[in-house]
Unconditional design. Sequence first.
Length: 547
Amino acid sequence: MKDNTGDNAMAGYTNNPGSVPWLKTMALTLALTFMVGCAVGPNFVRPRPPEMADWSEKSEALVRSENAELASWWKQFGDPVLDDLVGAACRQNPSLHVAGLRILEARARLGIAVGNQYPQLQQLNGQYADYGLSENSPNTSASIDIAYATVGLGFDAAWELDFWGRFRRAVESGAWNLDASIAGYDDLMVTLTAEVARVYVTLRTLESRLAIAQENVALQARSLQIARVLFEGGDVTELDVAQAGSLLANTQSSIPRLQAQIRQAKNALAVLLGMLPGEVDHMLGGPGMIPAVPAAVAIDVPAGMLRRRPDIRLAEAQMASQCALIGVAQADLYPHFTLFGSIGLSASNAALTAAGFPGGSSLGDIWNADSMQHYGGIGFGWDIFNYGRIKNNVRVQDARFQQLVENYKLTVLKAAQETEDALSGFLRSREEVAFLQESETAATRSVEISMIQYREGLTDYQRVLDTQRSRAQAQDLLTSVRGTVMVNLVAVYKSLGGGWESRAGRDFVPEDIRREMAERTDWGQLLEPRESETQNGRQVNWRWPDW
């Protein structure tokens, strides 16, 4: 047998696990001490955002500043086609799928951070080696076996203790990063639902404008026919016929442009729904009307907007995640304490017959109790000369955190601006519609009167042309502004952060994608839907990482 006496001078090294009980006691004591150590770095405190008492733009008759239910705000329009489109977009939109996959990535990254809190090295190892020494090597003799093999089995472990909270801060950062990815998903849902509604309203507006253009083409064609009859009868000159033809052709020219815009709007809807151009047509059916404005619009109080808007939650989560990274960087200023050790079996078939070694061994002796060997100890490392790299890294992390603090404040300010702008546009466009309705009614009556007077010879054809042109413009503008009213209302709901709550009850990634991923990779429990949990008074939507 090989004499390990010389090796026992190593701290903690022995081939008898029970010979150094003080080592086990010290290791356990230090481990428990370090596990309850402090966590350096600042604790995150959400800065107080700028907050409005009430909206400056509001109408008591139409808009109510109260707690609003905005989870499915588009259903207030009473349009089943729009409801189906939004539902399909939330299920099929590729960008939303990418955002959901980022959540899965963040879950897995959090699992890495959690795992780093535990022994970082736990490794089984084994080896077999065959040796053949040169007979002409120095220090060889007949008593030394120059051809032999060794075999070994072992388990190595090393644990950097989280005395300064570096790993705990990393877990904290990872948890906030996961919250940020969820907020990013919700923010995309807000944008997606609003964009589907906006494009749909635009499509219906274009279809209504096309119908008006076709109606005016029919009216102007009849006027041209009248002018031709009067010209053939010698009652008017050819100038009336030419002017009537010019107006008709000009109105007809708007139809191809509107038809192209309608097709483009349908194609945009198809992309939002994750479809190819043309595949969305069956969902739209034929031309439809512009959705009507609800009888009353509840826009919530400014504080409700701060709670609901996902982009504000995203800015907050990013800020909190970065705050924890300051602590991660500060921990490098202090020494790192590590527990390490190894236990294993080792044997050789070398025949040692020199004095003091009367016997030999074989590879089969590896399973004998006296083939066991182990060592363990406690170590520390401290980067004392780093030429300012660690301190400057802390400063870098702190500067990044302060940037995110200012970005958070800016996000709140922009949210308030977007809501005020959308609300102002909605209310003012409503007023514009009222005036344009009067204009359209007067223009229609003017056409009727001018045609009667023209037939009776009381006015020239120029008056007829002017009234028909004015009527066509008034009708087209009225329809456009009606669409603008609804687009502005969509913008109001978007600015309030409505729409993301509709995802309740379903996972972030569709089942078919999760099934495909599960067939390719072992995702454990991370792919399964789960109910929301409340942690520290905060609603969270993530499970503890699956090992």
